[in-house]
Design a protein around this ligand. Structure first.
Ligand SMILES: *Cc1c(COP(=O)(O)O)cnc(C)c1O
Length: 358
């Protein structure tokens, strides 16, 4: 299996580029895909034929197991073009490791992290001109594995396709805060479920709660645990942080929470700063109490797409609390700036987080 995986990546370049479709004033957010994609197929017990081909539709059997039973896992990460002209991918080794964990949960044959990294290197190099240069913008990288075998039995497929596409994205950070609705009814993930895996099904399950919260005037769902609907878990598709009386709190990873690379980076930076951090269960009542006592200083979400999203209001049942007068807090702003600085190479990469694409 390793032998087939380590085969050289064949490259078939697109005859023409679609780069001129990008609006320089606003590249959008995953609306236009770059000229090329990476593909490798799993059959007869091995990943075979790694290749870079022009981005475009491919055929899939209507009986493909991913379409019926959701056997699909994905990743999300970004490449940046610094003012020094260097291309950097932020912590792709963490995404490679997480993809292995997601594969295990969904009975998908693992992708060797070395192959994952090499595929991203080559794809980003081929579509280097697609990486937006302006601060805040990036080339979003979306790796995805789907079961392609046509069969109606509920069992792990014997055939898969792993592919990677990229798309230039605008800065997500607007300086506005978001209004969350603590979700007492719907559940994102349950103990023993797939919450720690980055899988299509988790996102499908979040659509209706998301739409309902927006129709009620909120921006995103604050997920509570699936058993008691009391303990805070995540926000939308991000990890959540609170600053209470000088201390930073985030839920601990207990199988129902996606182990975010941004979450891990935030915790590392804060711990180095000597900020006291606690990863533990957080009862939503504790947050309401802190708001009452005036010790709830900040709340923010953390994830690759937005980096940091400051939270201005949280509605819990019939109550709405306001945080930092619904303005972005200093900690959220500082973390945002520092992480972007590292990603763009504006400051030394002391942690070795950036993978440089030559
Ligand atoms: C991807 C994701 C995150 C954020 O992870 P990052 O690695 O920081 O992008 C958080 N929660 C969910 C549910 C996710 O799918």
């Amino acid at each position: 299996m390793i032998e087939a995986m380590n085969a050289p990546i064949a490259t078939h370049l697109a005859a023409t580029s679609r780069l001129d479709q990008i609006n320089d004033d606003d590249p959008g957010f995953g609306d236009i895909f770059s000229d090329h994609m990476f593909q490798v197929d799993y059959r007869d017990g091995a990943w075979r034929d790694p290749r870079i081909v022009p981005y475009g539709p491919f055929e899939i059997e209507p009986g493909a197991l991913c379409l019926h039973y959701g056997q699909a896992v994905f990743e999300g990460l970004k490449a940046f073009l610094g003012d020094d002209g260097v291309v950097r991918v932020f912590r792709p080794d963490r995404n490679a490791a997480r993809l292995v964990e997601s594969c295990r949960r969904l009975c998908i044959p693992e992708i060797d992290p070395g192959v994952f990294l090499r595929a991203i290197d080559e794809l980003v190099r081929v579509d280097r001109r697609w990486i937006p240069a302006r601060r805040g913008r990036a080339l979003y990288i979306r790796p995805l594995i789907v079961a392609t075998e046509a069969n109606l039995n509920v069992r792990p497929a014997r055939e898969y396709r792993f592919f990677i596409m990229t798309s230039p994205v605008r800065e997500y950070f607007t300086g506005n805060t978001v209004h969350l609705k603590a979700e007492r009814r719907y559940t994102r993930a349950a103990p023993g479920g797939m919450g720690f895996a980055k899988t299509a099904g988790n996102y499908a399950a979040s659509l209706l709660p998301g739409a309902e919260s927006q129709s009620q005037g909120h921006d995103q769902v604050l997920w509570l645990d699936g058993v008691s609907h009391r303990h805070v878990e995540e926000v939308g598709q991000m990890n959540i942080f609170f600053k209470v009386a000088g201390k930073v709190l985030t839920p601990d990873l207990r199988g129902t929470i996606l182990p975010g690379v941004t979450r891990e980076s935030v915790l590392t930076l804060l711990q180095e700063d000597g900020v006291e951090c606690e990863a533990r269960r957080i009862d939503i009542e504790e947050i309401l109490r802190a708001a009452d006592e005036g010790t709830l200083e900040e709340a923010f979400g953390a994830g690759t797409a937005a980096v940091i999203v400051p939270v201005g209001r949280i509605s819990v049942d019939d109550r709405t609390i306001e945080i930092n007068s619904a303005r972005p807090g200093p900690l959220a702003l500082d973390l945002y700036r520092r992480i972007v600085d590292i990603q763009r190479g504006d400051v030394p990469d002391d942690h070795g987080w950036n993978r440089i694409v030559r």
